[in-house]
Design a protein around this ligand. Structure first.
Ligand SMILES: *Cc1c(COP(=O)(O)O)cnc(C)c1O
Length: 382
């Protein structure tokens, strides 16, 4: 398909409805589908296995990530959990230290209790990844940019290491979105997205997605998805398809505002350190410039001068930046990772990973940059 990204986002999987000509495909809520007779195969039989509204979303998500197949789930965690269904007791996962708090909890608190061995390394250090991958490693799980420190991991290098050991490489690309990075093109086997974030984009749905290039891997994951049942519901699939149509416009605008705010934050005396891959001072900047296109994402983290109380005052003082976890929607959000999004990490693991008590994470929304800047300026003075 030679169409540009934003054209695909609007048209793939979104054919007008053939009977009425409705330009927006209808929301199919049906849980079961009538058969013509007992033996003739039909496109749909039961909605856990597949349903038309979900398939429309899956088609566009596969197209946007340059994959052959996408699967839509009830949440990002359900998508991640489905990938871990490929593993058996005794298998090993190598994962990053700068990853989503819920992924950390799933790997380190649930899977380890089921006999899966989890090794966490700083995946920005490719040599450390190579040392951590040993016989028995079946999955390397990376996130780039990482969360909340915006670390940048070399997807192609990790793919080479994983594949040499016979392991799969999965990449949580929620923060990058397919607008800025398509990990399958860098050698990843599986891309995971929390559709709750940028794909949906409007803070009104919970969802997740996996995208693969290899049809056989897609079949295995679909088998697991159907067997375990954590599928995305039709209403969420409908809303997400609608959100995806403006994905490129939203993400490009949000990333541009994030860069502007990150640059400005570096000039403030109240700010000790800014984490944003678009800043030339960020250790992953050169890699991000090669691996990402069109911008560096819309998440900015920074440490304020002072202690926890100082950071707390800032996040409780902004007006446009709402105090909430989650990210990626049109509304700007602010939070304290150590207490909110990353509260499920052990405090020692959190500190070792560099998540200090005075670290603040911004999800930059679609409001005017000047208004967001004024909001932060007032809160930092407060
Ligand atoms: C939110 C998020 C997840 C989990 O997705 P849910 O939809 O909340 O289950 C995974 N990874 C990242 C980077 C996230 O931001």
């Amino acid at each position: 398909m030679g169409m540009h990204f934003r054209t695909r986002a609007i048209h793939v999987g979104q054919e007008p409805e053939p009977i009425t000509g409705a330009i927006v495909p209808p929301l199919h809520l049906a849980s079961t589908f009538v058969m013509r007779d007992v033996t003739t195969p039909t496109d749909y039989d039961y909605a856990r296995t597949g349903s038309p509204t979900r398939h429309g979303l899956e088609a566009v998500l596969a197209a946007l990530d340059d994959g052959t197949r996408a699967l839509a789930f009830a949440s990002g965690m359900a998508a991640t959990h489905c990938v871990t269904g490929l593993l058996a007791p005794g298998d090993r996962i190598v994962t990053g230290t700068d990853i989503y708090g819920g992924t950390w909890r799933l790997f380190n608190k649930l899977l380890t209790a089921h006999g899966i061995l989890v090794t966490a390394v700083d995946t920005t250090d490719t040599a450390a990844v190579a040392r951590a991958v040993v016989p028995g490693t079946k999955l390397v799980w990376i996130e780039s940019p990482g969360n909340p420190l915006l670390t940048v991991t070399d997807i192609a290098a990790c793919a080479t290491i994983a594949h040499a050991a016979g392991a799969l490489l999965a990449c949580d690309a929620t923060l990058a979105t397919p607008v800025h990075c398509r990990p399958l093109n860098h050698g990843a086997d599986i891309v995971m997205h929390s559709a709750t974030k940028y794909l949906g984009g409007h803070s009104d749905l919970l969802g997740g997605a996996l995208v693969v290039a290899d049809p056989e891997l897609g079949t295995r994951l679909h088998w697991l998805q159907n067997a375990t049942g954590a599928v995305m519901g039709p209403l969420e699939a409908y809303l997400c398809s609608r959100g995806v149509k403006t994905l490129e416009l939203r993400v490009l605008a949000q990333s541009a505002t994030a860069l502007e705010l990150a640059q400005w934050l570096t000039t403030l005396p109240q700010v000790r350190r800014v984490y944003y891959p678009g800043l030339p001072t960020h250790p992953g900047h050169a890699l991000a410039a090669r691996q990402m296109e069109g911008g560096f994402g819309a998440i900015v983290s920074f440490e304020v001068e002072g202690d926890l109380a100082a950071a707390r005052r800032v996040v409780e003082s902004t007006k446009l930046f709402r105090l909430a976890v989650s990210l990626g929607a049109v509304e700007s959000l602010i939070e304290l990772p150590a207490f909110m999004s990353h509260g499920s990490y052990e405090p020692s693991a959190r500190r070792a990973g560099g998540i200090t008590d005075s670290l603040i994470r911004l999800s930059v929304g679609l409001e005017a940059a000047a208004d967001l800047r004024a909001d932060l300026a007032a809160a930092l003075q407060a």
